[in-house]
Design a protein around this ligand. Sequence first.
Ligand code: BGC
Length: 264
Amino acid sequence: MSVSDTTASVTEKPSHAGPHRWGFGIDVGGSGVKGGVVDLGTGHLIGDRFKLPTPQRATPEALADTIREVVKHFQWDAPLGVTYPGVVSGGVARTAAHLDKSWIGVNAQEVISAELGGQPVTLLNDADAAGLAEVQFGAGKDNDGVIVLLTFGTGIGSAVIHNGVLLPNTEFGHIEVGGIEAERRGATSVKERHAWSYKRWAPEVTKVLVAIENAISPDLFIAGGGVSRKGDKWIPLLKNRTPVVAAALQNTAGIVGAAAASAP
Ligand code: BGC
């Protein structure tokens, strides 16, 4: 099964012609592997986003296969960016909090590139990709200083960006806050599991934000992930010091950030 969820469509093979360069990004999530062609001047998607379900047992081989299908859909044959929901250094996956543990220690960047017949791949953390996209094109666009983007979903992802430069792999979702791992306290999955209201959930998110601001005093938090679409329902309930704004790009941030990261 596949899902195309925008209205415009790509009718021709993507090229690099036009006022801006184009890039290609793939966002690997717990439920879907989503790809799209990105206008690197505006951060907008060109045509449809295309999504395939994440394989049940998401091993490197199984996921690389799904990624190949998504790339094939667009006939994209140039460098591309791919997100990974864990720590990535030098193309190697170092953690796999929500994926098959067989990823750990694998040079996923090479595995995916080999599956694509040698196409150059840039692999980066999913929240880092979303952070880059929001700072370049979205809610952090006109803000210099230290920006922390948090993605609320199955876990909590984080990106720290200072004057447009990313400090990769911050992993604030795994810091301990009041004796509980931050993502076990404030992820959207926790809210859903307990059927909490926004009012019940917001104090947990506040505790996570306060722990981060006590450590690195950011100038702005950007709240990402699906729940950012309802930001007006819960962001006003937060009681931390630093301003919090909802992400602007929402479900395309990972794709856009991955494409931007892969552009030379
Ligand atoms: C992982 C992060 C990831 C986040 C969101 C966390 O559990 O450790 O690397 O960014 O989930 O997917």
